[in-house]
Ligand binder design. Structure first.
Ligand code: ADP
Ligand code: MG
Length: 419
C-alpha cells in the first residue's frame, strides 16, 4: 500500500493525515480501514503501538464527513486514553466538525461536558462510567449514534465495565456499525463480539500475546536492599525518556519523591490524583519537562508518548497480560524501545506466568534447573544464555509475528553487568 489515497478517502482527509505525519497506513490500518469504509463490523486484535487509533479514527472521519447525520461513539477504559484518542481524532476531522465533539470522562467538570453535549456532537469519546451517567441524567441521547468503537476492550472488561458497556450499546441506533479492538481475545470478549457485532471481519496483526517486535527486553535480579540503587544505576546508564512501573499508588508517590530528592526529574501518576493533576503530569511528560514517569498500570494504560525509550518494571505486574501493555508503552510506531524487568526473590511465580504468556509454545523443562544468576545481579540480553533456565528464553517470540513494523533480532549476548 503506497498511501492513504488508495482507500478512496477525500483529498482533504488525506492531506490532514499527511499533516499528522501519516504517509502510509500501518498493517492494521491497511486491513481495517477498507473493511470499515465498506460498512463491515470488525473484531480487531493487534499489538500495542500498531496504530489502532488511526484504524478506527480514519473511518470515523470519513463517515462523519460524508454523512451529515452520522454520530460516532468511542469507548475507552481510561480518562487519559479517551483524551488522547479524541485529540488524535480531532486532527483528522474537517474544520466544520472538529468542534462538534464531546469528551465524557469521569473527574472532569460536568458543566463543560453538558456544554459540549448541547452542540449536538458528531463524535463522542469517553469512558463507560461517565457515558452512563449522562444517559441516566438524560443529558446524552444515543439514538442517532450509529458507529461504535470499543477500544482496548479487554481492559474495559478487566475494569468491570462490561454491564455498563452493554447498557450503552443497547441505547444506540440500529443498524449500527461496530469496531471492537482488543489486545487479547479472552472468552468474555468473544461473547461480547457474538452478541453485538454482526458478521464481523476478523482483523489481526501480530501474535496477540507477544509484545511489539522492536522492544529489547532485559531482566535483572535484585534483592530488596539493592533494588533502589539498581534503579538509579539503570537510570544513569540510559538516556532518554523513561516510564517506571510500580504496584501501588503509594509506591508511585514514594518512588517519584525519592528520585526527585536524588536529583532525578520524576513525577508520579496514579488513579488517586485529581483529574486536573493527572492531565498536567501527562502534558508535562509529553512535552519533556521531566524525564521519568512513575506509574501504576491503570494510569498508564494506552498512554501514547512517542518519546518513551525505556520501560522499567520496578515491580512486576499483578496480571501477566499487563506486562505486554507495559512494554507496549515504548517502541511506538516502529521506533526501538527497551524494557527492563527487576525481579526480586519473591517474584518467581509472577515471572514464570509472564514468561509462559510470552512463550506459549515453549516446551517446559522436565525438571527446573536453577535459574540463571542465582545470587546477586546477572543480566542477559534477550536471547539470553541458552539452557540456563526459564528466564533465559524471555521474549523469544514463539512464532514469528505477522506484520508489525520492522523486525529486529535481539542480541543473544549477555549484557555486561551494571556498575
Ligand atoms: P495503538 O492504539 O495500536 O497502541 P496508536 O494508535 O496509539 O497505537 O499509534 C501509535 C503511534 O503511531 C502514535 O504515535 C501514532 O501517532 C503513530 N501512527 C499511527 N499510525 C501511523 C501512520 N500511518 N503513520 C505514522 N505514524 C502513525
Ligand atoms: Mg490504542
Amino acid at each position: 500500500m503506497e498511501d492513504f489515497k488508495e482507500f478512496g478517502l477525500s483529498e482533504a482527509l488525506v492531506e490532514r493525515l499527511q499533516h499528522m505525519g501519516f504517509e502510509k497506513p500501518t498493517p492494521i490500518q491497511e486491513q481495517a480501514i477498507p473493511l470499515a469504509l465498506e460498512g463491515r463490523d470488525i473484531l480487531g486484535t493487534a499489538q500495542t503501538g500498531t496504530g489502532k487509533t488511526g484504524a478506527f479514527g480514519i473511518p470515523i472521519a470519513a463517515r462523519i464527513e460524508e454523512n451529515p447525520e452520522s454520530v460516532a461513539l468511542v469507548m475507552t477504559p481510561t480518562r487519559e486514553l479517551a483524551t488522547q484518542v479524541l485529540k488524535q481524532l480531532q486532527t483528522m476531522l474537517s474544520r466544520r466538525t472538529r468542534d462538534k465533539v464531546a469528551l465524557l470522562i469521569g473527574g472532569d467538570p460536568m458543566h463543560k461536558q453538558l456544554r459540549q453535549l448541547r452542540t449536538v456532537p458528531r463524535l463522542i469519546v469517553g469512558t463507560p462510567g461517565r457515558i452512563n451517567d449522562h444517559l441516566r441524567r438524560k443529558s446524552l441521547k444515543l439514538s442517532k449514534a450509529d458507529f461504535l468503537v470499543l477500544d482496548e476492550t479487554d481492559r474495559m472488561l478487566d475494569m468491570g465495565f462490561s454491564e455498563q458497556i452493554e447498557d450503552i450499546i443497547n441505547k444506540m441506533a440500529t443498524p449500527r456499525q461496530t469496531l471492537l479492538f482488543s489486545a487479547t481475545l479472552p472468552k468474555n470478549i468473544v461473547r461480547i463480539a457474538d452478541t453485538y457485532l454482526s458478521n464481523p471481519e476478523r482483523v489481526e496483526v501480530g501474535v496477540t500475546s507477544a509484545p511489539a517486535q522492536n522492544v529489547k527486553q532485559e531482566i535483572v535480579q535484585v534483592n530488596d536492599q539493592e533494588k533502589y540503587s539498581t534503579l538509579i544505576s539503570e537510570l544513569e546508564a540510559r538516556s532518554g525518556t523513561v516510564i517506571v512501573f510500580v504496584k501501588t499508588k503509594l509506591g508511585a508517590d514514594r518512588l517519584a519523591a525519592r528520585l526527585w530528592e536524588d536529583g532525578h526529574k520524576a513525577r508520579a501518576i496514579h488513579g488517586d490524583l485529581p483529574q486536573k493533576k493527572r492531565d498536567r503530569v501527562i502534558a508535562n511528560y509529553r512535552s519533556q519537562k521531566f524525564r521519568i514517569l512513575v506509574a501504576t498500570d491503570i494510569a498508564a494504560r494506552g498512554l501514547d508518548v512517542p518519546h518513551i525509550e525505556h520501560v522499567i518494571n520496578y515491580d512486576l505486574p499483578q496480571n501477566p497480560e499487563d506486562y505486554i501493555h507495559r512494554i507496549g508503552r515504548t517502541a511506538r510506531a516502529g521506533a526501538e524501545g527497551h524494557a527492563l524487568c527487576m525481579i526480586g526473590p519473591r517474584d518467581r511465580g509472577k515471572w514464570n506466568a509472564i514468561d509462559r504468556l510470552m512463550n506459549p509454545d515453549k516446551v517446559e523443562p522436565q525438571k527446573r534447573r536453577p535459574g540463571p544468576g542465582g545470587k546477586g545481579k546477572k543480566r542477559f540480553g534477550k536471547g539470553g544464555p541458552r539452557g540456563k533456565g526459564k528466564t533465559a528464553a524471555l521474549g523469544k517470540p514463539a512464532r514469528p509475528a505477522k506484520g508489525g513494523f520492522k523486525k529486529k533480532r535481539f542480541s543473544g549476548k549477555p549484557k555486561k553487568q551494571a556498575a
